[in-house]
Design a protein around this ligand. Structure first.
Ligand code: HMG
Ligand code: MG
Length: 318
């Protein structure tokens, strides 16, 4: 039933592949996205419109005709107006291909686009990832969010390093996170994704952060959690988040991922592990675990790396 539904946002094609040192053929990326789209997942973070000098592997996947068999949202990172303009150009060049909130009658058969901006909870991470301070980034994001809404695009807003920073350690103030989240929501963001970029998050600190968000008046339905599994704490932190009413989580097939500006951090929590965990709790993700496990085995093999999903390996008997 609806009350048991947990939304998983599949971030593998973006958060997963952005960290790969070797060039991944575009055909492989498209195959990954098309296979993911058939598992029942409803949102796929497919790439980013960032400076190619900063993250070189993200070309504009949208210009390819990706097949979307189910009502699907494709999410793209855009750090500034230039990134959004690149996305808007694709919308203009492909009229009627994507549904937007401005044309609800366009029908649910068409994929929707979503823009994601990404702030940071610490000044050092903001400088490393965005080359500006937090306040400047929030001013830029306000413009990106408002222009996105004018185009009828949903907007999610990340806040990175909320439970630990590669440069400032555990010294991240949850009140600062709540303040940044409030600013982004007031600018018009539809959802805040709280990123444990380093995987330093623990159960007590996850709980303290979410209490602080609630005390600041931020609703649990406006929050997604984005755990990385560096220390194997992602599912524990997920359980704590569920108790705080969170029902949206980001995960990555095969546990792909890592942030290029977060040295030492491993991948996102594996989608296979999340789907299995939700099933054990009687929660419904709508995702086919076998299909997801096959994709995890396939893409990690393609990339020449180990399959980081314990559940995926167990399901496949590998
Ligand atoms: P900057 O160097 O200050 O930007 O970088 P600039 O405005 O001075 O522009 C520099 C050059 O980049 C110019 O080109 C611009 O045109 C170009 P030039 O004139 O030198 O030829 N440029 C762009 N090109 C394409 N698309 C754009 C764009 N913007 C500028 N959008 C900037 C500032 C924000 C651009 C840069 O810092 C950047 O791209 N950062 C993104 C880094 C990134 O992608 N990080 C990974 C994603 S975040 C993450 O992984 C965390 C997350 O998973 C959550 C979690 O785990 O916590 C989301
Ligand atoms: Mg991430």
């Amino acid at each position: 039933s609806q009350g048991n539904f947990v939304k998983l946002v599949e971030v593998g094609p973006r958060d997963g592949l952005q960290n790969e040192k070797t060039t991944i053929p575009l055909a492989t990326k498209i195959e990954l996205i098309e296979r993911l789209a058939r598992t029942g997942v409803s949102t796929i973070e497919a790439g980013s419109f960032v400076s190619p000098k900063w993250v070189p592997q993200m070309e504009h996947l949208l210009q390819q005709k990706i097949q979307a068999p189910v009502p699907m949202t494709y999410s793209f990172l855009a750090p500034n107006i230039k990134g959004l303009q690149n996305a808007a150009n694709i919308l203009k060049q492909n009229p009627g291909t994507f549904s937007t909130q401005l044309e609800p009658s366009a029908g649910s058969e068409k994929p929707a686009l979503e823009v994601a901006v990404f702030a940071a909870a610490t000044e050092s991470f903001s400088q490393k990832n965005l080359n500006c301070d937090i306040q400047t980034s929030l001013e830029r994001f306000k413009a990106v969010i408002q222009d996105s809404k004018a185009l009828g695009l949903r907007v999610r807003a990340y806040i990175s390093v909320v439970l630990g920073c590669p440069f400032e350690g555990f010294d991240v103030d949850p009140h600062k996170v709540a303040e940044i989240a409030t600013d982004l929501l007031e600018s018009g963001a539809d959802e805040i994704s709280l990123g444990d970029t380093t995987g330093l998050g623990t159960a007590p600190r996850t709980s303290a952060l979410l209490k602080c968000m609630a005390a600041a008046g931020i609703r649990s339905e406006d929050i997604a959690m984005h755990f990385h599994d560096t220390y194997g704490q992602a599912l524990v932190n997920t359980a704590v988040s569920l108790e705080h009413g969170i029902r949206t989580f980001d995960s990555s097939v095969g546990g792909l991922g890592g942030c290029p500006y977060s040295p030492g951090a491993t991948g996102n929590v594996a989608t296979e592990n999340m789907v299995y965990f939700m099933e054990t709790l009687g929660m419904d993700t709508g995702i086919d675990l076998d299909a997801m496990s096959d994709i995890g085995a396939w893409i990690t093999e393609e990339l020449g790396k180990a399959n980081d999903s314990t559940v995926g390996k167990a399901v496949l008997g590998a």
